[in-house]
Design a protein around this ligand. Structure first.
Ligand code: B3K
Ligand code: ZN
Length: 854
């Protein structure tokens, strides 16, 4: 399945052009006669014209469908059919539209619509995949109930809602909750289930199932526990209960994203639900728990209240990411989660917000909506909710959410509806706050301090740089959480939220006996870049004394960044005060091991490149790599006396448990092993590999060995042990590339694309190799251009098969402007080569054009 070449320039859709559909859809009935290459879909849709509709045209979306017959009220009609849908003359009174279409799930490598994965049928309809299943008004503001009958020889036949009938070769489902077509789902296959039950607090008994391919039954227990915890949490924290008699989750190997919140039938990339100690790392467990929660939480924030149009995507995604982050914070450690989220935001959203792909949290135009499932819509969208909560306070936040659910249940809403709920329930004017939704770019926040006669003043300035299509930016409302410490380390002013609304604004604290040390932007209270001239000594002081864990970590992070930058630009050795501070922190057993592990994690090379670019310097990827290597070597040497003791002290006794405590210890242990490997030539890592009884430890040991170029035997053993497990093999593929030296990363990746177990058709495997290459900073940006060339070759090969995954991977090129002229030329040549491909998909064309147009 290949998107047709856009003969005319691709259409751009605009938020300002929104018009409601001219008809209500009262009910939908679908029959699926499954066959891999010729599935028949029979639809019966009851429409009622809206008397006051501005647009009375009857247009149904439909793509790659073969129309067999159509009828209105039982009378055959011949609609006018194009590549994007059909139109026909319809009565001015309620009527039933019927169609029979044929589709080819087996040929569907785009993994959108109805497709096959390892012999099983499954669907992905968000955002606009339902139109590849049948003719329908495929837009989120058209909501209806669905009755579905599936006919097929597969033992398990699933759809949304509650089961109503089943027998030999068929099953029937009814979803009583009106939903948009993007939440439709169907699964058919030879599946086994991991069953459980949950009783909601009002007494509804819900059947729960995780459906997997035979052989994977042993990897479902953790996901099921996560589901039950999510259900309880949403009742306790948001007062939201589940609303059907059954909740099904299905694991699918070929999937473009992580998972999908289809009503009552969540479909998951198997990597985001299957877990076992032997095959999954701690990071996998944490991610699985979060994604299960995320998809479950969508039942209220997304499904019961959905989006009016796709421009409003952040309405459901920002809020649901915010909710899953709250959940993870409650299940695990809140400070650790906050630090992890800031790292992620800086690694993925900041580059987007500061490059050619920058767009507002609520975009105002798109060509292909799948290109806007971005870190900005999701993660910055969640940050915006967090700021709103910080501004109005906890209690007001939950009161506003109650009003949101009461007022908008069953509706398709906008950001205006969301903001109005907060205005109505708190009485605040949120007009200026809305800038966060409409203006792209990361605000720069600078601060100066003044102290005189016990009075201490912080003066902030905010400025957001221009982004594509938005030259001017207005000041935003920025909640700045601040605390003040006195010089002996005691907190003299506990966390206070300053509300900045002007371009420049001062805040004064009175009655201080000495000039305090400020801790600014505690808990990362806003997604901004804070710049502040501060000495290494002051940062080391905050690293030792700040009561806010985020800022404590942040102080160390800033020190680490400064040290790297100095190493790259002046060849200076890392500051001794910083090394001392890091050493005492690592040895401080009173601190959470997970926190210590985070403090030991170096800033990424890409982050250093961005920091250099922000200072007007041109980053040299090789120099950044060398600095990272020598910094780690110096740190290892400075800690050499204590490393063996620390290593032993962080070994976890007893059987593996995927809980936060064990995971924190293993994270620290892994960091220490990395340092130790630099001193002992891999002896400890080899020993650890040989005795590993869980994937976290096995994976960490193998990574250390590969990095030290001492892991050939272990890598071969790993392959032999796990070659029949697809998810573990993804790790193996990725590790080779991640750990490769910059000068051979592209060659390693290239060789892997010729490995018998490599397949371009499986997004997980493709990402394992190509995603890992794009994240091996010095390898991808190697001066030879081999990394760029390989990625472009692979994207050109993938585009006709899977435009969505191709387009997403183009983001690897979005930072091209940071680098020197030679690298820029190399990247631009590759981008132009991709753009020139005949029949390039709309998805990839849009991404490449935006990156090039910068
Ligand atoms: N809503 C889906 C993402 C759909 C992506 C379509 N390209 C998963 C999620 O955010 O929960
Ligand atoms: Zn989501």
């Amino acid at each position: 399945m290949k998107d047709a070449a856009p003969a005319t320039p691709p259409e751009t859709f605009y938020l300002k052009d929104y018009t409601p559909f001219g008809f209500e859809v009262d009910a939908v009935e679908l029959v699926f006669r499954l066959a891999p290459e010729a599935t028949r879909v029979l639809s019966k849709i009851r429409f009622t014209p809206k008397p006051d509709a501005a647009d009375k045209r009857f247009f149904l979306h439909g793509e790659k469908l073969t129309l067999i017959r159509a009828a209105i009220d039982g009378v055959a009609v011949s609609p006018e059919v194009t590549e994007i849908g059909l139109t026909c003359t319809v009565p001015d009174a309620p009527f039933t539209f019927e169609a029979e279409v044929e589709i080819n799930p087996k040929a569907n490598t785009a993994l959108e619509g109805l497709y096959m994965s390892n012999g099983m049928y499954c669907t992905q309809c968000e955002a606009e995949g339902f139109r590849k299943i049948t003719y329908y008004p495929d837009r989120p503001d058209v909501m209806s109930t669905f009755k579905v009958r599936i006919e097929g020889s597969e033992p398990i036949l699933l759809s949304n809602g509650n089961p109503t009938a089943q027998g030999e070769g068929f099953a029937e489902w009814h979803d009583p909750w009106p939903k948009p077509a993007y939440l439709f789902a169907l699964v058919a296959g030879d599946l086994v289930n991991h069953p459980d039950r949950f009783t909601t607090r009002s007494g509804r008994d819900v059947e729960l199932n995780i459906w997997v391919r035979p052989g994977d039954e042993g990897k479902c227990a953790f996901g099921m526990e996560a589901l039950k915890k999510s259900m309880t949490w949403d009742e306790e924290v948001y007062g939201r209960e589940y609303d059907l008699d059954i909740f099904n989750i299905v694991a699918v190997d070929d999937f473009n994203m992580g998972a999908m919140e289809n009503k009552g039938l969540n479909i998951f990339n198997s990597s985001c639900v299957l877990a076992s100690p032997e095959t999954s790392t701690d990071a996998n467990f944490e991610r699985i728990e979060a994604i299960i929660a995320h998809e479950y939480f969508h039942n209220w924030t997304g499904n019961r209240i959905t989006c009016r149009d796709w421009f409003q995507l952040c309405l459901k995604e920002g809020l649901t990411v915010y909710r899953d982050a709250q959940f993870t914070a409650d299940m695990r450690s809140a400070p650790v989660k906050r630090i992890e989220d800031a790292i992620e935001l800086r690694a993925r959203q900041f580059p987007e917000d500061n490059g050619p792909l920058a767009h507002p949290v609520r975009p105002e135009e798109f060509q292909e909506i799948n290109n806007f499932y971005t870190a900005t819509v999701y993660e910055k969208g969640a940050e915006v909710i967090g700021m709103l909560k910080r501004l109005v306070g906890n209690e007001a936040y939950y009161k506003a959410l109650d009003l949101y659910f009461d007022r908008h249940d069953g509706q398709a809403c906008t950001i205006e509806d969301w903001i109005t709920v907060f205005q109505d329930s708190t009485g605040r004017d949120l007009g200026q706050f809305k800038n966060w939704y409409s203006q792209a770019g990361t605000p720069r926040l600078s601060v100066e301090e003044a102290y005189e006669n016990g009075s201490y003043t912080l003066t902030f300035r905010q400025k957001t740089p221009p982004t594509p299509g938005q030259a001017q930016k207005d000041p935003k409302v920025i909640p700045i959480a601040v605390g003040l410490l006195n010089p002996n380390g005691d907190e003299v002013v506990p966390t206070t939220v300053l509300e900045m609304t002007e371009a420049e604004q001062s805040f004064t604290f009175e009655g201080l006996s000495a000039k305090p040390i400020p801790s600014i932007l505690r808990d990362f209270s806003a997604p901004v870049i804070l710049t502040r001239d501060s000495s290494a000594a002051e940062r080391a002081f905050l690293l030792a004394h700040d009561t806010d864990p985020f800022n404590r970590w942040e102080a160390g992070r800033e020190l680490a960044k400064d040290a790297r930058i100095a190493m790259v630009t002046t060849g200076a050795s890392p500051d001794a005060a910083y090394l001392d501070a890091l050493q005492s922190l690592v040895r401080d057993d009173s601190l959470d091991p997970a926190f210590r592990a985070l403090c030991l994690a170096p800033p990424s090379e890409s982050e250093i490149a961005q920091a250099l670019a922000d200072r007007g310097l041109t980053p040299d990827p090789e120099a950044i790599y060398d600095a990272a290597e020598s910094f780690a070597q110096i740190l290892a040497q400075s800690l050499s006396d204590s490393l063996p003791r620390l290593f032993a002290a962080t070994l976890v006794d007893g059987p593996y448990q995927p809980d936060a405590t064990g995971a924190g210890l293993r994270a620290l242990n892994g960091r220490i092993l990395g340092l130790l490997t630099r001193l002992d030539g891999g002896a400890a890592a080899a020993k650890q590999y040989a005795s590993a009884d869980n994937m976290t430890v096995q994976n960490a040991a193998l990574a250390c060995l590969l990095k030290a170029e001492k892991g050939e035997a272990q890598s071969e053993a790993f392959f032999q042990q796990w070659q029949s497990d697809r998810l573990v093999m993804d790790k193996w593929f990725a590790l080779q590339v991640t750990c490769a030296r910059p000068d051979c990363a592209a060659a390693v990746a290239e060789a892997l694309t010729r490995h018998p177990l490599f397949t371009i058709k499986n997004p997980n495997r493709f990402r394992a190799v190509m995603g890992a290459l794009s994240m091996n900073h010095a390898g991808f940006h190697h001066a030879s251009g081999a990394g760029y060339r390989l990625l472009a070759d692979q994207l050109i090969a993938l585009d006709p098969l899977n435009p969505q995954t191709t387009a997403r991977m183009c983001t690897a090129f979005q930072t091209w402007k940071r680098y020197d002229a030679a690298r820029q030329d190399l990247i631009l040549a590759e981008l132009r080569r991709i753009k020139a491909v005949e029949g390039l998909s709309r998805d990839t064309n849009e991404m490449v054009s935006r990156i090039l147009d910068a």
